[in-house]
Structures are given as structure tokens and as C-alpha cells.
Design a protein around this ligand. Structure first.
Ligand SMILES: O=C(O)[C@H]1O[C@H](OP(=O)(O)OP(=O)(O)OC[C@H]2O[C@@H](n3ccc(=O)[nH]c3=O)[C@H](O)[C@@H]2O)[C@H](O)[C@@H](O)[C@@H]1O
Length: 302
């Protein structure tokens, strides 16, 4: 409490009954504003804390890793190695290829500290069929480049395990949904991969397969149109028939036998897709070709 506030010396001088004749007011202390906080610091050991804090901060900034991409990637690689090891322990052999893929993509990860303003803005992307084989690797790639990904899958052939390593990542969402039903999402890009892929699956319920390809694709194209998103439709490498060139480049016309189940499907449904895409100004990519060529068409979607 400041002595100026409790000083009653003047009153006491005029009041003889106020407790003792010899009372003299304390002399006014100069430099009180300086000595008091100093004494407080020393008495409460605040100074020591202050000095320790400053020393720790200095130490931290002196020893903290620099923001160069190489040191970032080594830290990221260590973290990934740890995570991969945990995944392997949890899911065994099946996830070995996934861990290797993650480590490989993350080594070239662009997410090191980049000067403010230069970093590319992440896109919001929906990947239908993202829990499948091709889809899940695409999701890895998109997340690694810094985009936010929503996977839409009805798990007809896809598995949660394929995308489980992204659970807990704020840039990742998983929705169980059949693309035959409309869906409204706010996204910048749509990668439409939801489709029964192999003969055993697409012949399981042919009418449903047609609905998935026609109605499902129309739903996704409708979504693209509504929200102004870019659209990529994955076809199948089967459209090349029995190709004579591996991997097939985009200009390759294939080696198709027009007789049989698959041929009929490819020759009829893919022209439908192409017509739709021409109207909506989208992309058509044949999945195996895209995968083997390191997803060139997908990278063009940046
Ligand atoms: O090359 C091909 O022919 C196929 O390649 C990929 O398919 P892929 O990854 O090989 O096959 P899956 O692992 O079975 O992935 C398909 C995904 O679509 C999902 N799906 C299937 C059917 C459906 O109605 N809805 C749906 O979400 C499945 O659950 C699965 O996650 C593409 O995703 C297919 O569009 C393409 O037809």
C-alpha cells in the first residue's frame, strides 16, 4: 500500500488526542518508483525467473532447426518413419506398400516453411471412390501437396484401411455415400473414381453398375456445375483393349477388340462420359495410365 495514501501526519499534528505526541511523518522517499519494483523482483525471486526465461528463449532460438527444406524434410522423414512403423505394427504386411508410398511422397513434400505469400493455397477436393486402390493413392498425393480432401465412397470394393492413416488429419474427411444419390459439397475440384472396377464387381449387379456410371457421374457433374468445380473422370485402362504400348500415353489409341462384354461396355459408356465431359469442360483420364505416368492429368488439375 503506498504510504502517500495512508499518511495522516497533517491531521495528527492538529489532533493532540490522536495517539502520541512524538509522531513524526516518514520522510518522503525519493527514487521510490525505482527501488520498490527492484526490491520486489529480488524479494520474490522474480528476477531469477526472468533471467532463466530469457536464457531459455535464447537457447531455443539458437538451437531451433533452421527453416530450410532439407532440415524440414529430415524431421518429416523421421516422423513418417515412426508413423509408418506404428502402422506396420498395427496392420501388418498389407500396409507395407502404403507406408513406403507415404515416405516416398513426403520426401518430396512441398510443405517446408515457405515465405509468407508464396505458399500455394490448398484446394478443397472431393475424391469419389477414394477408399479404393487408385483413389487412396490419389488421396495421399493430394494431401501431400497440401490440399483438403473429402473422400466419398460406399465401400463396395474400397476399404477404410486404405485411408485410415489420414484419420485425425484436419485436411481429411471420409463420407460413406453412394454417388447414385445427389450430394452437395463446397469444393474446388472433383475427382470421380467411384465405380466397380473389375468384371467380377461390375457384373455383380449390372444395372447398379450402369446407374453408378451414368447417374453417379451425372450427379457429380451436376455438383461441379453448381459449385463451379473442375472435374476429372477416371476411365479404365481397359479402353485400350490389349495395348501394344506400356504405359499408354494419352495420344495412344489402343488395340481394341470390339467383341465381348468389356468391349461393349467400354465402347458405349466411355463415349457417354466423353460427351458429358466435353459439355462440362472436364478431364477424362484412364486410371492405370494416369498412375503409371505419375498422374499427369491429375497434376494438370492444379
Ligand atoms: O481401372 C479401372 O477400371 C478402375 O480404376 C479405379 O478403380 P480401382 O481403384 O482399381 O478399383 P477399386 O479399388 O475397386 O476402387 C473403386 C472405388 O469406388 C468405390 N465405389 C464403387 C462403386 C460404387 O457404386 N461406389 C463407390 O464408391 C469402391 O468402394 C472403391 O473404393 C477407378 O477408381 C475406377 O473408376 C476405374 O474404373
Amino acid at each position: 500500500m503506498a504510504s502517500e495514501l495512508i499518511y495522516r501526519g497533517h491531521d495528527a499534528a492538529h489532533t493532540p488526542t490522536s495517539g502520541g505526541a512524538g509522531y513524526t511523518p516518514k520522510p518522503e522517499k525519493r527514487l521510490l518508483w525505482f527501488s520498490r519494483p527492484l526490491r520486489y523482483l529480488i524479494r520474490e525471486q522474480r528476477l531469477a525467473f526472468l533471467l532463466v526465461g530469457m536464457a531459455l528463449a535464447t537457447l531455443f532460438f539458437a538451437l531451433a532447426p533452421s527453416s530450410s527444406p532439407s532440415s524440414y524434410s529430415s524431421a518429416a522423414a523421421a516422423e513418417l518413419a515412426l508413423r509408418s512403423a506404428m502402422e506396420l505394427a498395427r496392420f501388418g504386411e498389407h500396409h507395407r506398400h502404403r507406408a513406403a508410398f507415404e515416405a516416398a511422397t513426403s520426401r518430396g513434400f512441398v510443405g517446408g516453411k515457405v515465405p509468407l505469400g508464396i505458399k500455394r493455397k490448398g484446394l478443397r477436393i472431393v475424391v469419389t471412390g477414394g477408399a479404393g486402390f487408385v483413389g487412396s493413392h490419389l488421396v495421399d498425393r493430394l494431401i501431400a501437396r497440401g490440399d483438403s480432401v473429402i473422400v466419398v465412397d460406399n465401400f463396395f470394393t474400397g476399404r477404410k484401411e486404405n485411408v485410415m492413416h489420414h484419420f485425425g488429419n484436419p485436411n481429411f474427411e471420409l463420407i460413406r455415400h453412394d454417388v447414385v444419390e445427389p450430394l452437395l459439397l463446397e469444393v474446388d475440384q472433383i475427382y470421380h473414381l467411384a465405380c466397380p472396377a473389375s468384371p467380377v464387381h461390375y457384373k455383380f449387379n449390372p444395372v447398379k453398375t450402369i446407374k453408378t456410371n451414368v447417374v453417379g457421374t451425372l450427379n457429380m457433374l451436376g455438383l461441379a456445375k453448381r459449385v463451379g468445380a473442375r472435374f476429372l473422370l477416371t476411365s479404365t485402362s481397359e479402353v485400350y483393349g490389349d495395348p501394344l504400348q506400356h504405359p499408354q500415353v494419352e495420344t495412344y489409341w489402343g488395340n481394341v477388340n470390339p467383341i465381348g462384354w468389356v468391349a461393349t461396355w467400354n465402347l458405349q459408356v466411355d463415349p457417354f462420359h466423353k460427351e458429358c465431359l466435353m459439355e462440362w469442360n472436364g478431364y477424362l483420364s484412364c486410371t492405370w495410365q494416369a498412375l503409371l505416368n505419375k498422374l499427369p492429368t491429375i497434376d494438370n488439375m492444379k
